[in-house]
Design a protein around this ligand. Structure first.
Ligand code: PEP
Ligand code: MG
Length: 571
């Protein structure tokens, strides 16, 4: 038995077989077959067999993703390349004329095309070279006997172990077959952590050497609440955690009884709980968990397979979200691309220091056509439901005014084209950079709402990379600077009668939720799986006590003191 400690990012206990996701790809040495015609025929047959299996696999993915057009199209493209007669001939020719093994012929051909694409000056083409690598790996997997499994093909539920999970991997995860995640990379607000919390999957990140110490098939326990991973557990540990799992199931059932009860404190203060989503299909999960709308729609996923999605692609995603929202609010955040949300498009952004670089709203200013397509679609969606628009990563009044100016231009274009939209659409901004928290009094008159993004606000205030496990202990939500900044933003919003909410992950932790309410916040947007926990906490407390706790917390002079105090008060 081996016990490892990582960063707890999504609570719950999972016990099961590990599945190691290999990210290294295959290295295929140059090998030859005999020049005997039978050997050549056999090798060609191996290749054709791999092609057939890969095509079936891709058709299966396409079918399963009919509801998600972007993913279906991406994999259809992969299938077309595998079926391409030119590519097939090239590979067969290498087997017949050079007596290459099927693996080497595939690898050689795909590398050649990938290299050609990479060397084209156009960003789009260089990005497509990643697709060829993916196709190569798929064919090689079948040739080499399926060592590198595809996530979609998982038959039994597993605990997924990886260095890191890419966003495109997380979107196609078969949720019902993933018991838990373990990754080596990441922090509390890294992408994998957010996805795990949204889907309610236990997860521990920042587990050093997980991929070298855990092998596929090992029995593993994951305690997502404590950040513990136990490899090859002893019977007593298994017994203990099975009991804990049962208790957790009972608790989840109990939480469901809160679904139709109001979200209010004992002394009658109403709190609004909305959900954060990354894909429109997650609205259903959010509503099932008691959300009353979406407080943050991270639209980056619309760009996961396409650098520059069309207005209609945006609109169709927004319509899907609105359909399931049944009249509730949808706050759409404009593209926040870059840094943690680069989706393999580093070439496109080309950043050395991505969190501080040309990302998010800055990138939108650099590419106004791309930005305007999204704005047009959001405005069009606003005629179909309660839609609000939110700008991310605003760092100054000038930026806010510039974004609003572009929005105004787009509105005028739509008016000229007689396309309907809500002329009074509410416009808000994320407060996630210290400069705007400090100068909130200058920006407040220009917005309908502030939404505090603590994931980035903490990162930028404390200068701690939010996805770097090495500095994870320095990522301190209870640092006095953070509470002071939040208080300032809330006070200024209230004085100016502007709405203020929080969509960062800080409020997902119940011992922070209470003082945040005490500071004056009444609206939160959380991962869906947390909503009922938050509701339970809110219904157990008075606002009077929350205010006292907030006041006492503001008097704590270190993060450690604040944590100790919160532990004592709230457990
Ligand atoms: C944040 O920064 O707090 C936030 C909610 O946005 P994201 O996690 O998408 O950066
Ligand atoms: Mg952010």
């Amino acid at each position: 038995m081996d016990i490892k400690k990582g960063i707890p990012v999504s609570s719950g206990v999972a016990i099961g077989e590990a599945f190691l996701l290999d990210h290294e790809g295959y290295r295929i040495p140059k090998r030859f077959i005999s020049n005997h015609p039978k050997a050549v025929e056999r090798e060609k047959e191996r290749y054709r067999d791999a092609v057939e299996k890969a095509i079936c696999e891709l058709q299966d993915i396409e079918e399963k993703n009919q509801g998600n057009k972007d993913i279906a199209i991406l994999f259809m493209g992969h299938r077309f390349i595998i079926e391409d007669p030119g590519i097939q001939e090239e590979i067969i020719e290498k087997i017949e004329s050079f007596y290459y093994t099927a693996e080497y012929a595939v690898s050689h051909t795909m590398h050649k095309h990938s290299y050609k694409l990479k060397s084209l000056p156009n960003d789009y083409h260089s990005k497509r070279s990643i697709d060829l690598e993916d196709i190569e790996n798929r064919l090689l997997k079948h040739l080499l006997g399926g060592q590198r499994e595809n996530l979609c093909n998982l038959k039994n539920p597993v605990i997924l172990v990886a260095k890191d999970l890419t966003p495109s991997e997380t979107v196609i995860l078969p949720q019902d077959r993933i018991l838990a995640f373990i990754t080596e990379i990441g922090g509390r607000t890294s992408h994998t952590a957010i996805v795990a919390r949204t889907k309610g999957i236990p997860a521990v990140v920042g587990v050093n050497a997980a991929t070298s110490q855990i092998r596929t098939g090992d029995i593993v326990i994951v305690d997502g609440g404590k950040g513990i991973v136990i490899i090859d557990p002893e019977p007593s540990a298994l017994e203990k955690y099975r009991l804990q799992q049962k208790k957790e199931q009972v608790r989840q059932e109990k939480l469901k009884t809160l679904l139709n009860l109001p979200v209010e404190t004992i002394d009658g203060y109403t709190i609004t709980l909305r959900a954060n989503i990354e894909e429109p299909t997650e609205v259903k999960i959010a509503m099932k968990n008691g959300a009353t709308g979406i407080g943050l729609y991270r639209t980056e996923f619309i760009y996961v397979n396409e650098i520059d999605p069309q207005e209609e692609t945006h609109l169709s995603a927004y319509k899907t979200a609105l359909k399931d929202l049944k009249g509730n609010k949808l706050i759409i955040r404009t593209l926040d691309f870059g840094a943690d949300k680069n989706f393999g498009l580093e070439d496109f952004v080309g950043e050395k220091n991505p969190f501080l670089g040309c990302r998010s709203i800055r990138l939108c200013f650099e590419k106004p056509d791309l930005f305007k397509k999204q704005l047009r679609a959001i405005l069009r969606a606003s005629s179909l439901g309660d839609v609000e628009i939110m700008f991310p990563m605003i760092s100054s009044l000038e930026e806010l005014l510039r974004a609003k100016g572009i929005l105004e231009e787009v509105k005028q274009d739509l008016s000229k084209e007689n396309i309907s939209y809500n002329k009074n659409i509410k416009v808000g901004m994320m407060v996630e950079i210290p400069s705007v928290a400090i100068t909130a009094d200058l920006l407040v008159k220009e917005v309908d709402f502030f939404s505090i993004g603590t994931n980035d606000l903490i990162q930028y205030t404390l200068a701690v990379d939010r996805i770097n496990e090495r500095v994870a202990p320095l990522y301190k939500p209870a640092h006095p600077a953070i509470f002071r900044l939040i208080k300032r933003v809330v006070d200024i919003a209230k004085e100016n009668h502007v709405k203020v909410s929080m969509c960062g992950e800080m409020s997902a932790e119940s011992h922070y939720l209470v003082p945040l309410m005490g500071l004056g916040l009444r609206e939160f947007s959380l991962s869906s799986s947390i909503i009922l926990n938050a509701k339970e906490m809110i219904r157990k407390i008075t606002m009077r006590r929350a205010k006292q706790i907030a006041q006492n917390l503001l008097n704590c002079i270190t993060h450690e003191e604040a944590l100790e105090y919160l532990d004592k008060e709230l457990g």
